[in-house]
Design a protein around this ligand. Structure first.
Ligand SMILES: [Zn+2]
Length: 54
């Protein structure tokens, strides 16, 4: 782990790794989670699925 990397994390410039999605069939949103490879911080957000009604 480099010092410069930690500084970047401190100011909010994380190095986000692969995002993982939790797609529950019954819900109409996908819950995404991404983790910083340097400090391990997680961020989560939800995305509304596309309307499948036809
Ligand atoms: Zn970070």
């Amino acid at each position: 782990m480099t010092t410069i990397g930690l500084i970047l994390c401190r100011i909010g410039l994380h190095r986000w790794g692969r995002k993982r999605g939790y797609d529950e069939y019954s819900s109409n949103v996908i819950e995404w989670e991404q983790r910083c490879e340097r400090c391990g911080k997680k961020k989560r957000w939800v995305e509304v699925k596309r309307d499948r009604r036809r």
